[in-house]
Design a protein around this ligand. Structure first.
Ligand SMILES: [Zn+2]
Ligand SMILES: [Zn+2]
Length: 136
């Protein structure tokens, strides 16, 4: 969806969108969107700015940084984007959201905060079972 200034009425423009992301969109961060991203937002003209404010909801297939298991990673998040009125450029909602998602991701995605990871010796998933290699 492209947003142009001329599309925004004085009382604001309501945006309800579902954006489809392909397999490669988040490949570089090891994620795959498994559903359309739902976006609910309002675009408004302020004095010198356009503001787009709302939230999005996205579901990823992710691989845990510690235990290497696949899991569902959900991101429900408010976002806010502002740009100058004088730019006549269209704003692509998909690019805005993609950027916000990338900025919101933790550098290491874990299946849970206290994921125990894999044993460095036998690669046993320590969330599931113990092994005989005790950590100091
Ligand atoms: Zn894990
Ligand atoms: Zn072990």
């Amino acid at each position: 969806m492209k947003i142009r200034i001329s599309d925004i009425p004085p009382k604001g423009l309501k945006i309800e969108e579902r954006l489809e992301f392909s397999e490669v969109d988040f490949q570089e961060v090891g994620l795959q969107a498994t559903q359309e991203v739902e976006i609910a937002a309002v675009a408004e003209k302020l004095d010198n700015d356009i503001s787009i404010k709302g939230e999005y909801r996205v579901k990823f297939r992710a691989i845990c940084y510690r235990c290497c298991e696949e899991f569902d990673y959900n991101l429900d998040k408010p976002f806010k984007f502002e740009y100058k009125v004088d730019s006549n450029k269209e704003q692509d909602l998909k690019l805005i959201i993609t950027e916000d998602i990338l900025l919101s991701l933790p550098s290491k995605i874990l299946c849970k905060d206290d994921c125990k990871g894999l044993c460095a010796i036998c690669a046993q998933n320590l969330n599931i079972d113990h092994c005989k290699h005790k950590k100091e």
